[in-house]
Design a protein. Sequence first.
Length: 547
Amino acid sequence: MKRLIILGCLLFSQFSFAQEYSAREVERPKLVVGIVVDQMRQEYFYRFHDRYVEGGLKRLMHDGFMMQNGHYNYIPTYTGPGHASVYTGTTPATHGIIGNNWYIRATDTDVYCAEDSLVTAVGGSEGNGKISPKNLLSSTITDELRFATGKRSKVVGVAIKDRGAALPAGHLGDAYWYDSKTGGFMTSSYYHEELPSWVEEFNNKKLVSKYLDQTWETLFPIETYIQGAADDNEFESPFKGKDRPTFPYDLKKLQKDNGGLGMISSIPFGNTFTVEMALAAIEGEQLGKRGETDFLAVSFSSPDYIGHRFGPQAIEVEDNYLRLDRDLARFFDYLDREIGKGEYLVFLTADHGVADVVNYMKSERMVTSGSLDSKTMLTELDAFVGQKYGSGDWISSFSNQQIFLNRELVSEKDLSLVEMQRAVADFLLRFDGVKETYIADDLRRYEYTTGFKHLLQMGYNHKSSGDVMVIMEPAWLANASKGTTHGTGYTYDTNVPIVFYGWGVKPGSSSRYATVTDIAPTLSMMLKTRLPNGATGQPIGEIVDAK
Ligand code: ZN
Ligand code: ZN
């Protein structure tokens, strides 16, 4: 009896707390779901639209608010900087993630954006576990949500790529990424001492082996894929162990030569697998069900691997998006059921777009597309600098389209760094495919508000960026062969989806220019948190102010 009374009191006190909570004037959704698609152009919403289902991408398009002219506002457009910019509401100039990898002058080595040598693997293989957000120099919207709720809000980041999970989860959240050796999700000692039991249970299902037991065939008859190039062509890069880049893909057979369990990242089932992990996280952490606003940050890594290998004209890419759409529909249906329609807030964006395959462009009479031979360029640059300043190891690195000069040697020889920057910038202009070059000294000295100068400046970090920045001509890639990449400030790389859906969002769309750095400030206004501490973006008024 006594026990019952105590239980009754407990229930009552919980009930009154819940009442107090619902009576609060600061209203928030139960759950925020941030979705980043790794390598998605805005145009994929339209080109593949007719075969999307009602409940997936079309639901966002028709029932959400879409900024159709959303862009990255800096160079370079890569995965690490992209995820960091979405969640911090600022650009590499401030958040410090200036590439996926970049050169560190002080140590003459490269650093990886999510690398942390002081932490260790938890629940996965050692080599994949040295991961934390320590290189991220500003707070994220996920950090700020936790601060806004006395850290009662939970934040979970999930992605196959470690940087796609760790940067969005911020400094205060949990992050889980894929371990290609074990086939499961892992974390690092930055986050946990051991894997939570729900992650272990998820891993024990060994889902990846099941996916890799299948054959990847097109969802519809292959002759109905008419939005790009034919399946068999010379522009796409076949999987190892297969001569042609053509359907069907017998994964059981191909996995051995294509990374074993790691092959899941390169096929659409990687998205299905990521959704499964997201659902397990909601279930395992009871996200959105605890009387405090939680944040689930999901990044779909597979579209990027598929996109690099085949290019945006490929049937493989179209099929990936048709399948991702169905995975998202399943995800949203689950959220409707478990959290409640209108009770959760979703945004979807991408970390960058992608360029067309150079040889495909040429074959379509887009003959101005081309390939910059960076090896020859650097060899000739070396010779030029050697002739002008005497022999020496003058060029320390060429990464992310930036030349890093050997500043130590420059000062040792008592030369002017600015003069050398300018000489190198002028020299590089002679190469085909090089459109513009800028020097660090100018980016530090002046404020640029338009054009590539502006985009470079937003990506330029005074402490860590290079000395001379190279802008290629449109539709050019460095060392292009089969497949493609991204990284420029051209619209094919910058124009990505920015769409909000669900709690507090009125349907609509706008063609006003907006940037991905506006996403976090928009969330700050909607969730009533502080702005992330480095935020430079602005809230999207069309979304925040709609009543
Ligand atoms: Zn990416
Ligand atoms: Zn990529």
